[in-house]
Design a protein around this ligand. Structure first.
Ligand code: NAP
Length: 306
């Protein structure tokens, strides 16, 4: 057990922040964990759950004297919070965030970071479709990547310490450039979520026609889509509004491919379909080999711990 930070301030107390608190507690990584959230209800639930040492009403109070401050609110709220806490950040502190989009967050937060405070944007590639303070658990980050995106002039000792924290919480840490992050995540996470939302929307329309059959007979494919499409509406609205260019680029390519497959079905081009599906199956295999998923069948019930 090594205390890496004397006082960690968590701003926002949802899935990610509460999971961080549980993981830091488990590893004895923080001297003290102070938390705050926008609503009195979330603060009350978090206080009852007890994963923070102290819960305070405002972000300005939470960051007071903290050597690590974590912004764990929806992407669209980061700038306002940064403006509020900027004058209260302790000299020498590290400020980080866990937002799913990076360019927009850096542009919104960086102007409010005072001299002497190091801002190291981050993004743990871990989550579930659940949200709120009761949804967190210590194992969320285990064997998942956490991407850190330090500016070139960031103090290496501060970057190392933040990387050590994520590793101690179970993550593998990698470093990435901001633009690359937003494009990679548009492919691996943002566009797939939009497709899942769309598919479930289509099925919902159909359900009115087929009188509940879509729900009753929903097989693994559709059930997996519904799990993704149950993700937090605020978080995902903000992701799309703040990673507009990369998401639209990927959706453009997606539409082109979809048309090609549609055409293959219409013209009976079985070879094209077979070759396409063979290629995509190999990608699944490489994800399993990279340890990012297991080959076990998953019908949307396992691996979705609360
Ligand atoms: P969450 O469970 O929905 O919690 C969000 C927290 O932010 C809550 O404490 C909420 O406070 C607060 N909040 C919401 N809107 C706010 C606003 N306008 N101003 C101030 N505070 C506000 O969210 P989460 O899943 O932990 O996500 C937090 C961040 O992590 C997001 O930026 C998200 O992109 C990123 N992320 C999420 C996942 C995932 O799968 N969930 C994975 C990686 C990264 P109240 O409860 O008081 O409303």
């Amino acid at each position: 057990m090594t205390v890496l930070y004397n006082r960690v301030a968590l701003v926002g107390l949802g899935l990610i922040a509460s999971s961080m608190a549980h993981a830091m507690r488990r590893g004895g990584l923080a001297g003290e964990i102070v938390g705050t959230a926008r609503s009195a209800e979330t603060r009350k639930v978090a206080a009852e759950l007890g994963f923070c040492d102290r819960i305070v009403p405002t972000a300005a109070e939470a960051v007071d004297g903290a050597d690590l401050v974590v912004l764990a609110v929806p992407v669209g709220a980061m700038g306002t919070i940064a403006e509020e806490i900027g004058p209260h950040l302790a000299p020498g502190a590290t400020l980080t965030d866990v937002g799913s989009v990076k360019r927009a967050v850096v542009d919104a937060v960086a102007p409010h970071v005072p001299e002497g405070v190091t801002f190291i944007p981050g993004h743990p590639l871990a989550g579930t479709e659940h949200s709120g303070p009761a949804s967190g658990f210590a194992e969320l980050f285990e064997n998942r990547w956490c991407l850190l995106l330090p500016p070139e002039d960031a103090d290496p000792a501060k970057v190392d310490r933040l990387a050590a924290l994520w590793r101690a919480m179970g993550s593998n840490v990698d470093f990435m450039d901001i633009e690359r992050h937003d494009l990679v995540l548009a492919v691996t996470s943002h566009a797939p979520h939009l497709i899942a939302y769309t598919m479930v929307g289509v099925a919902d329309d159909l359900r009115r026609v087929t009188d509940q059959e879509v729900i009753k007979y929903s097989a693994a494919g559709f059930r997996d889509f519904t799990r993704i499409a149950a993700s937090d509406p605020t978080m995902w609205r903000d992701v799309f509004l703040n990673n507009k260019d990369a998401t639209l680029e990927i959706l453009g390519r997606f539409t082109e491919e979809l048309f090609a497959l549609q055409r293959a079905i219409r013209t009976g081009d079985g070879d094209l379909l077979f070759d396409y599906f063979t290629r995509t199956r190999a990608i699944r295999r490489s994800i399993v080999e990279a340890g990012q998923d297991t080959a076990a069948p998953d019908f949307g019930r396992v691996g979705t711990k609360r």
